[in-house]
Design a binder for this molecule. Structure first.
Ligand SMILES: Cc1cc2nc3c(=O)[nH]c(=O)nc-3n(C[C@H](O)[C@H](O)[C@H](O)COP(=O)(O)OP(=O)(O)OC[C@H]3O[C@@H](n4cnc5c(N)ncnc54)[C@H](O)[C@@H]3O)c2cc1C
Length: 238
């Protein structure tokens, strides 16, 4: 379903990530984890559409998209201003869906902008006061790449939520969180009863492939693993 939405505000998240806060012309009935195809051409919604995940939860009136600048399309989205309009074609996708029907405790493994489906789920769980425990392991290259840094600190202080950051390329001397790629030891350090959790993974394809392998080695049942590979733009999502 195509819905027009107007930009109400924009927010700089990091040096190359921006959040657009949009007011849709009518409510979009999505589940955390879903995405839409975004187009800037109001006359012909089929031109230049790219997938972006709802970063806000469906419990709120506005819709947020958090966008990492990668190429021409995302550059153009970053240049949009308050009052500009987008067409959102969705909701789409079901691999990362999370709502109150999920009765398991969950672990989110995110790489970079792959956090967007999970921040929607976490915000939703907070808005709805859900009792699932949630562990987010968030991998970034450097500290300045961490999106939602302050919000995540607040989430980590919640009783049923844990946020673990790992930096893979470089880190400041006083960095006291994890470093290096997510591996089996890191998972076991922060997650008890691995096989009982529901695992969600989102990020670039190489990250998904290696994490899937690690989860298999840890004997996590396949039906407890959900992932979405953010393939090269425009491919595999139409
Ligand atoms: C289901 C789904 C949901 C998504 N949700 C979000 C979201 O919430 N926020 C967000 O920032 N992005 C999201 N993406 C990725 C986003 O769609 C792309 O980054 C965007 O299409 C890039 O378009 P562009 O024209 O700016 O860059 P392009 O010019 O198309 O790409 C620039 C360069 O970056 C590389 N590249 C771009 N994206 C990726 C990627 N995902 N993996 C590996 N290499 C890549 C390309 O190979 C190219 O070299 C999502 C992708 C999918 C499939």
């Amino acid at each position: 379903m195509k819905i027009e939405a107007e930009i109400q505000s924009t927010r700089k998240e990091t040096h190359d990530v921006k959040t657009l806060e949009l007011v849709p012309e009518r409510k979009i009935d999505f589940v955390p984890g879903q995405y839409c195809l975004v187009s800037m051409d109001v006359d012909d919604g089929s031109k230049g559409r790219k997938p972006f995940t709802f970063a806000s939860p469906p419990t709120r009136d506005h819709v947020e998209l958090t966008i990492k600048r990668m190429g021409d399309f995302t550059e153009a989205l970053h240049n949009l201003k308050k009052g500009d309009r987008l067409i959102l074609d969705g909701p789409r996708g079901n691999s990362l869906n999370f709502d109150e029907s999920v009765d398991k405790d969950v672990v989110f493994l995110a790489g970079g902008s792959g956090i967007t489906p999970f921040i929607s789920a976490i915000r939703y769980a907070i808005d709805k006061d859900l009792s699932n425990t949630m562990t987010l392991i968030f991998s970034n290259r450097t500290k300045k790449d961490i999106i939602y840094r302050e919000e995540l600190k607040g989430i980590d202080r919640k009783e049923n939520m844990d946020v673990i950051n790992t930096l893979t390329d470089s880190w400041p001397e006083d960095w006291d969180e994890e470093t290096g790629l997510i591996d089996g030891d890191m998972l076991k350090k922060y997650v008890e009863h691995l096989g009982k959790k529901l695992w969600y993974i989102c990020g670039p394809p190489p990250m998904i492939d290696s994490l899937e392998k690690i989860l298999m080695e840890e004997k996590i049942p396949e039906e407890n693993i959900r992932y979405e590979k953010w393939m090269i733009p425009g491919k595999g999502t139409e």
